[in-house]
Each structure stands twice: as C-alpha cells, then as structure tokens.
Design a protein around this ligand. Structure first.
Ligand code: ASP
Length: 563
C-alpha cells in the first residue's frame, strides 16, 4: 500500500467523489460540533480533513504526522475557503493513522519573529515553513538552471579536492590535520582556483563546478564559512567570452525560477568611475544621488578644511536636514572613518560665489561634503549614499546587473603597506600595462571583472596569467622571493611551463545570488543548515572539543586559546 496517492495541495472541486489517501503534518486543528477539522500539510499545500470523534482524532496535535483515507467532498458555499487552493473541497476521513507524534513545539510554524537562533536550533521544524520550503526549492531550481546552461554550452563538471594547499583568495584557511602526516595540515580550498587553471593546462577547455569553498572570515549577511560558487574556467578565450557565458548562466537561472531575466549584455562600468561616482566597487546603480568631485574647485578655498584636503567630494540629497539629523549622520560618517561631515548650509559662509555656483544645489536639497584622503572620501560618501537612499525610500524595486571592469592589478595591503593583489595573484595584467616597475606597480590594470547585482557583489573573475615569466613577475612585485614562489606555487609554475593555453574564468556566489532571487536579506535563509555569527552551528553544537586521545593521534597538543 502506498503511503499516499495524492499530495495535500492538489485536490480541486473536480476531485469531489474521489477516494484518496493523503499523508502529511497536522498544521492546525479545530473542534466543532463533535467533529475535528484538521488542516493537513505537505510541501504542496494544505487540505482540510473532517474527522468524526475518535480516540485518534482526539489525540492529534500540531505537527503529528498522519495518514488519512476518505472521500473528497465539495464544501458547502459558506464553508469554501478562498484563501486555500484546495478550499473548495475537504476529505471526509474514515481511516486515520498516526504515523508519528510530536513533542510540544519550541515555536509554532506560523509564529512571527521567532528568534533566529531558535529557528536554526530546530531547523527541521523551520524547514517546514513556507519560507524555507520556498527558499530551498528556489536554490535548487536556480542551480539546476545554471547546470543546464553550462551543460548546453559544453562545460565539463570536474570535481576538485576540498583538502589541498592554501589557495590565496584573501581569507584565512581552515586547517585539517591528518593522522598519516602528523604535524602537517591540509587547507580546505578557499576556491578551486588553481585546480581549474590546471584543468586548462590539462586540455579540459571548459570546466565548471558547483564548488564548495571554505574561508575563515567573520560571518555576515552575505558570508558563511562555507558557501557554494558556480565556478568556471575556459581556455582560448578573452574577457568578453567569459562575461557572455556568465550572463547566460544568470539568465538560465532566472528563467528556471520563472523570473524575467535581466537583458543582455549587462552594462559595464570601469572601477575608477565606479569609485568616483558611487564610492564603491560594487555600486548600487538602481538610483542616482551620485558622488560629485569638488577637489579642483576647492583648491583655493577660503575654507581650510577643503583647501588642505587631498580630496573633497559631496552628494546632493533631495531633502533638508535639521541640525540633529545632521549630527546623527555625522556620527555615522565618523564611525566609517571620516573626520567630519560638512553640510553646505552650515559652511556656505566660508565659500566663494564660484564654489557655491559649481555645486548646483537647488531649493529643498542638501549637499553633504567629506574632505579627506581619496579612499576615506570614497568609502564614507559611498556608505552615506546607501544609508540615505534606504532611509528616504529612494531605491526602486528593479534588478540592475552590471560588470565592474578595469580594476587595478595591485593594491597596498592595509596592514603592511606592501603591494599585494587586488583579485588574486593569477590575474593577468591588461594588455599594454605589462611593463611595470616591480617596486611601484600603481597604474597597472588587471583583466579582472566583478559581477554586481543591486549593490551585491555576486562574484569575480579574470583572464589569467598563462606565461610563467609573467607569473613570477607578479609574485616578485608582491614580495615573494624565488624560494617562496617555488615552495607555495611550484606546481603552478611547472604547469605553466609545460604548454598552458590562454585562459580565464569566473566564480559566482550561489547563495548570494539565490538570496537575491528569493528576496531574502541574508544568505542564512537560503542555506539549510547555516552557522551563526559566533562561528558555531546551533543545531549540532559544533565545533566541539576533542578528546586528548584523538588529538594525540594527530600530534596535536592544545595551548590556551587566544583571548
Ligand atoms: N577563484 C576566484 C574566487 O573565488 C574566482 C575566479 O577568479 O575565478 O573569487
């Protein structure tokens, strides 16, 4: 006998008279005139069961799992429930079996504002909610759409190891001790970057993988220790071909979930322009309020704060602000690193007619200025623009995809001041900028591109270096001596020296992408079993201490953990 022959959400008026068996969870129960009315739920929806008084009926509680057999009957006019797809019918149950009981629940499925840690602690319950059912199914469908696209385009799914050498993607590695190699560690792959490049050297022209990546970073709305990427690499291609494939994958995923896809090709903006106009390399371009530069015009200003700053920029906001609102915003600006936030109306007495005229601020608008180093100005005005647009409701509900291109190849490390990579050390310099001075590579551009959706960075990619001398030149610029290069990347240098085709690729964060598709504010809602910001898993209680015996076998002795 089958457990069920129809799903709860499937029955309609035309099914009246059918004898059916359904199975699922008790969603709600009401008693009325000697009858029990049960809404029985599975992932397709709910159906009302009508039960006569019986011991089993009496026992039913929310989230019991039951099987019910009976006849589908049309509901009387007044009893039709227009809010339920199955609302025109109900099942008059004559056989009821309780398959599984439930202890009292830590929260009700329809309860609002359940604390997230409680939801995650009892994720198996939370997963029964419409929200989580929908999210997990959207993720599945979007990934299936991506896979279909990659398959259609001739990409080969190659599995690469999780346990490997550290791959430099800019985060800390998770380490894995190994009993057979005491004292040594694998790193969990921050990405399959070098393996996919080796696939190119190995003649797999088009590689892809739904790859899990591990990065030991602080957890945030768009970050988990482990996450999945649509990871791809292509040989004998230039930048436009890679972008084209990624756009096809994005559109494939949109179509799979039945959403109107963004039109192709996605627009492109150069990194410098993005930083100037939006103060961010992942600009939200759904609205204006762009940053304007006033550095030149304020060079000879009477206002010392402007005159002496390396960079002066402002945004014009379509609203006037009180003194206390200004103070609140200045508080944000200071938290983000600014020395202050000047409001035009308060400093206009120090400024010349020419300066005031150049700002073009109309009645009812406010200009906010930041004067500082270029990086600080970009960062603070970029964040202020987002904050104010959010507060003032200026962000429309549209989907704007675009590429950020023409990144610098190198940047200064924030802590050490040394030159380091912008993307990763395998990105090729832009043609025409290869001849840099290894001690001062500013101005060198990389063939690196990022994909941004409504201000969320979905992923990055680049055309890679396929010439061993160029790879070593980049390593040297980052301060890696010959020995360190051989030690960390010897296998890559050897491979590049044995017939490496020109190649490039991309990786897109699937959880970020799917969170956007589902309209969720953070990736935890797309992940069946995520970690919380303390870095632990509230469901299993991991991570946990291990016994001394287990550690001894690995050659590990614990010292006091750092405070
Ligand atoms: N490996 C890079 C990343 O994970 C993506 C790429 O360059 O293909 O961000």
């Amino acid at each position: 006998m089958a457990w069920r022959d129809v799903m709860c959400g499937e029955l309609r008026a035309a099914d009246a008279g059918r004898r059916v068996t359904v199975a699922g969870w008790v969603d709600t129960r009401r008693d009325h005139g000697g009858l029990a009315f049960i809404d029985l739920r599975d992932h397709t929806g709910k159906i009302q069961l009508v039960l006569k008084e019986s011991d089993a009926a009496h026992e039913l509680r929310n989230e019991f799992v039951v099987q019910a057999e009976g006849e589908v009957v049309a509901r009387e006019g007044g009893a039709v429930n227009p809010n339920l797809a199955t609302g025109e019918v109900e099942i008059q149950v004559d056989e009821l079996r309780i398959l599984s009981r439930s202890t009292p629940l830590p929260f009700q499925l329809d309860e609002e504002n359940v604390d997230e840690n409680t939801r995650l602690r009892y994720r198996w319950l939370d997963m029964r909610t419409d929200r989580m059912q929908r999210n997990l199914r959207i993720s599945h469908t979007a990934v299936a759409g991506m896979r279909r696209t990659m398959d259609d385009l001739g990409f080969v799914d190659v599995w690469t190891p999780s346990m490997t050498r550290g791959t430099p993607e800019g985060a800390r590695d998770f380490l894995v001790p190994v009993r057979l190699q005491p004292g040594k560690f694998f790193a969990l792959a921050q990405s399959p970057q070098l393996f996919k490049q080796l696939c190119m050297v190995g003649g797999i022209d088009r590689y892809y993988q739904i790859a899990t990546c591990w990065r030991d970073e602080d957890l945030r709305a768009d970050r988990q220790f482990e996450f999945r990427q649509l990871d791809l690499e292509m040989a004998f291609v230039e930048q436009p071909e890679v972008l084209d494939v990624m756009e096809a994958a994005v559109v494939g995923a949109f179509e799979a979930v039945g959403k109107t896809p963004p039109s192709r090709p996605f627009p492109q903006i150069a990194y410098d322009e993005a930083m100037l106009r939006f103060g961010s390399d992942k600009p939200d371009m759904r609205f204006g309020m762009e940053i304007q530069d006033a550095t030149e015009i304020t060079r000879g200003s009477e206002f010392g704060v402007f005159k002496n700053a390396a960079c002066v920029r402002y945004i014009v906001v379509p609203k006037t602000f009180s003194r206390s609102e200004h103070e609140r915003l200045e508080g944000f600006a200071k938290e983000w690193g600014a020395k202050g936030l000047a409001m035009l109306s308060q400093i206009s007495k120090f400024l010349s007619e020419a300066e005031l005229a150049s700002f073009g601020v109309a009645e009812g608008e406010t200009a906010f200025f930041v004067a500082d180093t270029q990086e600080t100005v970009e960062k603070v005005l970029g964040l202020l623009r987002l904050e104010l647009a959010g507060e003032l409701g200026l962000i429309p509900e549209t989907d704007v995809f675009h590429w950020v291109v023409d990144f610098p190849l190198f940047k200064r490390d924030e802590d050490t001041g040394a030159w380091t990579f912008m993307h990763h050390p395998f990105t090729a310099p832009a043609p025409g900028t290869e001849a840099w001075d290894e001690s001062s590579p500013e101005g060198v551009r990389g063939q690196h591109y990022d994909l941004v959706w409504n201000g969320w960075e979905l992923g990055s990619g680049s055309i890679r270096i396929h010439d061993v001398d160029m790879q070593q030149r980049v390593f040297r610029t980052m301060g890696l001596g010959e020995d360190e290069q051989r030690d960390k990347f010897g296998f890559l240098l050897e491979a590049l020296a044995m017939g490496a085709p020109p190649h490039g690729g991309f990786a897109m964060g699937i959880d970020r992408f799917c969170a956007r598709l589902a309209g969720e504010p953070d990736i935890r809602q797309m992940n069946a079993f995520p970690k919380i910001s303390s870095g632990s898993d509230p469901l299993t209680g991991a991570p946990t201490p291990y016994t001394d015996a287990a550690l001894k076998e690995l050659g590990i002795r614990l010292v006091e953990p750092p405070a």
